[in-house]
Design a binder for this molecule. Structure first.
Ligand SMILES: *[C@@H]1O[C@H](CO)[C@@H](O)[C@H](O)[C@H]1NC(C)=O
Ligand SMILES: *[C@@H]1O[C@H](CO)[C@@H](O)[C@H](O)[C@H]1NC(C)=O
Ligand SMILES: *[C@@H]1O[C@H](CO)[C@@H](O)[C@H](O)[C@H]1NC(C)=O
Ligand SMILES: *[C@@H]1O[C@H](CO)[C@@H](O)[C@H](O)[C@H]1NC(C)=O
Length: 454
């Protein structure tokens, strides 16, 4: 039963996985089910965050500053559109729903958190399209016909590559604080949170900032170390590099891009005649709105970069869908070898929930997982720092966010289904985190497993 990794944890068939098993397994099954059901609930509703106004410096003079609540309200008073929540995998953390304690009669006796690194600069691949787009626009800067573009004449691109930005570091630290405040009853000097990370620098720094936030919140009584950094070129359950046969989402990405971005491309050509941006550069400018905003917003709330003013709500919704498709066909259900890359982590999670050694023949490193120092059982809090693509693979292995039909790369009239349940921005929010907790905007993506005991 437990060995079968095709466990599907949707509420209805969850317990079926454990039928015919002994009482201990059933009780674990129940706990897993409750935990996952709880996680699903957490991700459904969006809690609006409250921020506070804060002046920002250089490069953002022309930016649209959000209102006190951080909301940009649209004509439809029933629906609130918030720009920085539409950035899919680049959205800074926001709580999807208000935290609800477990039902009465249940106590939390173990917490497992899978968290993404904090907000970062663009990767080198993404920066090359961004930079070529900026250069093309600068080359025609004397012929701009759209006043929203005038800032480009004096704009200086100053983003780094790959690394964590200050906001990302701060929000990882806030996550550590929040976890201490909520779960300090699971911690003692002999039972510190067990922290692991993938070894890429932004992930390691996110983990270290988290442990720092946790220590500070405990008044330095509890100082959890980062115990394991799993090298990228080795067996690794916190990254998705171990499946060379897995396909890429490029084709699906392009089908959608060539639908929705044509219109934006035409508009930008009118605003900046002769700029001749290609579709990838149009998309890159959409992501620059996100990257430039988080890079220059050291703390919440996010101040939108002037690049955002080149796009309207429809554009942002379409750009968001591009991110959703990219992950769905990258390591999600749309990728035949997506979920398999989450099996190793899922087996580690089961081992912790069941208090039993890891049984896995996929991405785990048995040397690490058989060693009490590098894979202890019986801890109150576990936290693992990873990447968006890998989190999606893990969700898919577990059966979270199931989709009745594959995500459509050519939606009717170019309008993505607004009710879809596959929204990367709510699943791996740039360094998202536990989906609940924080009342203000944070930049981590996490999901939580809580182990409820009677
Ligand atoms: C937190 O992250 C920042 C920026 O990424 C880094 O410079 C700093 O060293 C990190 N803090 C710790 C305690 O590692
Ligand atoms: C497993 O982890 C050990 C200890 O870190 C390391 O020396 C070894 O190279 C790893 N093996 C694989 C296959 O990743
Ligand atoms: C955004 O601009 C496009 C034209 O490029 C237009 O069709 C669309 O209605 C606009 N959306 C909003 C919300 O204004
Ligand atoms: C590393 O992964 C491979 C492939 O799944 C597996 O065959 C091997 O036993 C693993 N190595 C360790 C040390 O766990």
């Amino acid at each position: 039963m437990i060995e079968n990794q095709q466990l599907s944890f949707s509420e209805a068939n969850c317990m079926a996985c454990f039928e015919g098993t002994n009482e201990k397994q059933r009780s674990t099954g129940r706990r897993v089910c409750v935990a996952l059901k709880y996680l699903l609930c957490l991700t459904l509703v969006t809690l609006l965050w409250t921020g506070y106004g804060r002046a920002l410096g250089i490069g953002l003079k022309n930016s649209l500053e959000l209102g006190v609540s951080g909301e940009v309200t649209t004509g439809d008073r029933h629906k609130t559109f918030v720009t920085q929540r539409s950035w899919a995998q680049y959205s800074p953390y926001f709580p999807v729903e208000e935290y609800k304690p477990p039902p009465s009669g249940c106590i939390v006796d173990q917490v497992n958190i899978l968290q993404r690194h904090g907000a970062r600069f663009p990767t080198s691949g993404a920066s090359s399209n961004i930079i070529s787009a900026i250069n093309k626009l600068k080359a025609v800067q004397n012929s701009f016909s759209d006043p929203n573009m005038l800032f480009i004449r004096s704009y200086k691109y100053d983003l780094g590559q790959n690394d964590l930005v200050e906001l990302g570091a701060k929000q990882s630290s806030d996550s550590g604080t929040e976890v201490f405040n909520r779960y300090s009853h699971l911690v003692s000097r002999r039972n510190l949170p067990f922290v692991r990370s993938d070894s890429s620098e932004r992930v390691v720094l996110s983990a270290l900032n988290w442990t720092e936030g946790f220590s500070i919140a405990s008044n330095f009584v509890y100082q959890p170390p980062l115990s394991v950094m799993i090298p990228q070129d080795s067996n690794n359950t916190l990254d998705d590099h171990m499946c060379p046969a897995a396909g890429k989402p490029d084709e699906e990405d392009y089908v959608w891009l060539s639908k929705f971005a044509l219109e934006i491309q035409r508009r930008l050509e009118v605003a900046a005649p002769g700029s001749n941006l290609n579709l990838y550069e149009v998309y890159a400018l959409g992501t620059l709105c996100a990257f430039d905003s988080v890079a220059h917003s050291a703390t919440s709330p996010i101040i939108l970069s002037p690049w955002c003013s080149l796009f309207n709500q429809t554009d942002f919704e379409n750009l968001e869908y591009a991110g959703d498709l990219d992950k769905y066909y990258g390591t999600g259900y749309g990728q035949p070898l997506g979920a398999v890359q989450g099996v190793g982590y899922t087996n580690e999670l089961l081992a912790r929930l069941m208090d039993q050694p890891v049984r896995d023949h996929t991405q785990t490193n048995s040397t690490l997982d058989r060693n009490e120092e590098t894979f202890p059982l019986g801890r109150g809090i576990y936290i693992d720092f990873s990447h968006d693509n890998q989190m999606i693979a893990i969700y898919s292995a577990i059966g979270l966010f199931p989709q009745p039909v594959p995500l459509d790369t050519t939606p009717d009239q170019n309008i993505p289904d607004p009710k879809r349940t596959w929204k990367v921005g709510e699943m791996v929010v740039g360094s998202a985190f536990e989906s609940s907790i924080l009342e203000e905007e944070k930049r981590f993506t996490t999901k939580i497993r809580e182990d409820f005991g009677k």
